[in-house]
Design a protein around this ligand. Structure first.
Ligand code: GDP
Length: 365
């Protein structure tokens, strides 16, 4: 399953945020969440299209798609050198597909800050440095293993790899992350198995007090300025307030509370949608009377690969796919109507599945 890791210094609000996510199930029936390990939760991705499809198809059940969220606590200064349980946490990060970096942007004298003052830009740099340091180790180890052989051989891939490793090394030595190093397609291919920590897509969550949730504050502005070249999304969330909202009994109460804060949607729900986007994921649907279901696939998947998300047999025995666009389905109201109107296309192995496609796979068993 695809996984997002929550990272950040101690006391910035990671577990509060994680708990909000785990309480999100209380906010709406469309948010089932279960904790599979103390720090791992599975959360469904809210999708209005499923609601619409349910209305039209009236299936026996509706199954949304999910993303896993891991709370990676314990990342501190010196982690890359084994400080605290540092190395274990870094190993946890390596397994994730994307990073949610929580930054403390709230002032509260009752909550101590590990470095004595509120400075989210410094905090971000502390975490980045630890991750870059670890990546530098990875790159140096790989250079040691491959450089000599690459020089001696004619293997263009090996030569390319060494060249990129040096570019990475330089970036880390200058306090930059791997994601700032731009690679050509060939370079991406030869470095695919490095799995660098600082190459993972990242999103910043500025954790603020209730009063700053709409307009932000000077800490949020500082973060915005610091990451402006990273092309990364910044979300403002009041984790503590959201955790209080999650405890209210009814949906109406919770909605009222949110609206009083000036919000239409909970930060948690925004976070889930952003995480999905960050992971470069898209959704296709299957819409039968038994089950209407959302399936997650990587942007760019062809029809057989997308079919493989349902079952490997679907991929192996793939014959063709019948595709209806979501908007057309909603407009005409049913599969039959789409078929009769000639709006169902028959696609082969090369078809690149699009977000929102309603798919029907034909396959041999
Ligand atoms: P973690 O170490 O990053 O997991 O941090 P926690 O989630 O345990 O939060 C540390 C402390 O900060 C707890 O006492 C929280 O109640 C408090 N806290 C978290 N978010 C906020 C916030 O937005 N505002 C305020 N005032 N306190 C917060």
């Amino acid at each position: 399953a695809l996984q997002c890791g929550i990272v950040g210094l101690p006391n910035v609000g990671k577990s509060t945020l994680f708990n909000c996510l785990s309480n999100a199930k209380a906010q709406s029936a469309n948010f089932p969440f279960c904790t599979i390990e103390p720090n791992v939760g599975v959360i469904t991705v809210p999708d209005e299209r499923l609601v619409k499809l349910e209305e039209l198809v009236k299936p026996q059940r509706v199954v949304p798609t999910t993303v896993e969220i891991v709370d990676i606590a314990g990342l501190v200064k010196g982690a890359s050198k084994g400080e605290g349980l540092g190395n274990k946490f870094l190993a946890n990060i390596r397994e994730t597909d994307a990073i949610i970096h929580v930054l403390r942007c709230f002032d509260d004298d009752n909550v101590t800050h590990v470095d004595g003052s509120i400075d989210p830009v410094r905090d971000k740099e502390i975490i980045d440095l630890e991750l870059q340091f670890k990546d530098l180790e990875t790159v140096e180890a790989r250079l040691q293993k491959t450089e000599k052989a690459a020089k001696a051989s004619k293997d263009q891939d090996a030569k390319k790899l060494v060249e990129v490793l040096y570019r990475y090394k330089e970036a880390f030595e200058n306090g930059k992350s791997a994601r700032t190093v731009e690679l050509t397609e060939h370079e991406q291919k030869v470095t695919k198995d490095l799995y660098l920590l600082t190459n993972k897509p990242v999103m910043y969550v500025c954790n603020v007090d209730e009063s700053s949730v709409v307009d932000g504050n000077q800490h949020v502005e500082a973060v915005r300025e610091a990451v402006k070249d990273e092309n990364a999304e910044i979300l403002i969330i009041a984790a503590k307030t959201e955790s209080e909202i999650a405890e209210l009994e009814t949906f109406e109460e919770r909605q009222e509370f949110l609206e009083d804060m000036g919000l239409k949607e909970s930060g948690v729900s925004k976070l889930i949608r952003s995480a999905y986007k960050l992971l470069n994921l898209q959704t296709y649907f299957t819409a039968g009377v038994k089950e209407v279901r959302a399936w997650t696939f990587h942007k760019g998947f062809c029809a057989p690969q997308a079919a493989g998300v349902i079952h490997t047999d679907f991929e192996k025995g793939f014959i063709r796919a019948e595709v209806i666009k979501y908007d057309t389905f909603v407009e005409l109201g049913s599969e039959l109507a789409c078929k009769e109107a000639g709006k169902m296309s028959v696609e082969g192995k090369e078809y690149v599945v699009q977000d929102g496609d309603i798919m029907h796979f034909r396959f041999n068993v």
